[in-house]
Write a protein that binds this ligand. Structure first.
Ligand code: ADP
Ligand code: TRP
Length: 325
């Protein structure tokens, strides 16, 4: 059994890019009977940036609701909120005593902002140690992350190795699992879909808002009656990421034949999204309207995670010499 662990930042309501690029691949990993997945909402990391309690809470719930809307199996796996097991910060202190200062000063998460140091809080500086402890406290074997997180995994291994060298084998050595052929979902303007570019398609919005976003996808001005190039069109690109082979072929033929407008293609894309995500959208709504259900799930996950995490913490404390009697 391999233990797979990953943290999900609570930065907003997950959009189509997050769903296709992170949630669905994560679901697939978690369904493998050889894996036990620990997925958590990194709400302590979010505090480095989000200082509004309502926003933090709402983001946490909406990320939880999205994962559960896709039927993440919380019996087989563990789904929890980082702040429910605050002892990870205790381990962060211990491990920070094994982290050379220059290693953190060189971390991209900090270094990229070093030209405006007055904006950098110490939390952001220590961020990689907290992330290392998220991983080490649960004896994780594999950590699926994007390539932007590769350096954090190297730091994690370095810190764990430094501790192991000093006290003998204590931590499981985690490995990054970086999927290099992850799909990049284009946004409404053709750039990578991202909250920060304002080009998202929000599957979990109302039909009206969702339709407006789909209708707002940028296209060229080829007149309706003329043939169109499917391979340079955003609408077709998005449709191709979700539709069946036959439907993709049919839309391609329509583009090439002419007499088929971008409005038609957008309407088909809208209907495809509605159809494809009908179940998850209803479940997401249900969870957001019944947040006590989310709390129940998160508490259940926290109990399971705590049992593992506190065990590892005890192991560490014993090695350091904190056990009396
Ligand atoms: P955003 O760019 O909207 O801020 P995040 O950086 O919070 O999104 O990404 C959260 C997860 O979703 C990451 O695993 C990231 O790789 C994935 N993701 C985000 N945008 C896309 C996209 N356009 N295509 C594929 N995956 C994406
Ligand atoms: N830093 C990660 C990100 O921004 C989130 C994260 C926090 C994480 N702790 C983790 C990812 C532990 C993997 C393992 O995406």
């Amino acid at each position: 059994m391999a233990r797979i662990l990953t943290g999900i930042q609570a930065t907003g309501v997950p959009h189509l890019g997050n769903i296709l690029g992170a949630i669905l691949p994560g679901m697939e990993l978690s369904q493998d009977p050889k894996n036990e997945a620990l997925f958590f909402i990194a709400d302590m990391h979010s505090l480095t940036a989000i200082k509004d309690p309502e926003v933090l809470k709402h983001n946490t719930y909406s990320v939880a609701a999205a994962w559960l809307a896709f039927d993440f199996d919380t019996e087989k796996n563990i789904f929890y909120r980082q702040s429910d097991i605050p002892q990870v910060t205790e381990l962060t202190w211990y491990m920070s005593c094994f982290t050379p200062y220059p290693m953190l000063a060189n971390a991209h998460s900090f270094k990229d902002k070093s030209d405006r140091l007055h904006d950098v809080n110490t939390g952001l500086f220590v961020y990689p140690v907290l992330m290392a402890c998220d991983i080490l406290m649960y004896d994780s074997n594999y950590v699926p992350v994007g390539k932007d997180q590769k350096q954090h995994l190297e730091i994690t291994r370095d810190i764990a190795a430094a501790f192991n060298r000093k006290y003998g084998e204590t931590f499981v050595m985690p490995e990054a699992k970086i999927d290099t052929n992850v799909m990049v979902v284009p946004g409404t303007n053709g750039q990578k879909m991202s909250k920060s570019y304002g080009n998202t398609i929000n599957v979990f919005e109302s039909d009206k808002k969702l339709r407006k976003q789909v209708m707002g996808i940028e296209t060229d001005s080829t007149p309706l009656e003329e043939p169109k190039d499917p391979d340079t069109c955003n609408v077709f690109a998005l449709y191709s990421l979700m539709a069946s082979k036959e439907k993709i072929a049919a839309m391609r033929a329509n583009y090439l034949a002419g007499g088929y407008g971008y409005g038609h293609a957008k309407q088909e894309l809208f209907e495809l999204i509605r159809h494809r995500f009908e179940g998850p959208r209803a479940k997401y709504q249900h969870f957001m309207e019944n947040q006590d259900l989310l709390e129940l799930e998160l508490k259940k996950g926290a109990e399971k995670a705590r049992a593992i995490g506190l065990g590892v913490l005890e192991r560490v404390k014993k090695k350091i010499g904190y056990h009396h009697g």
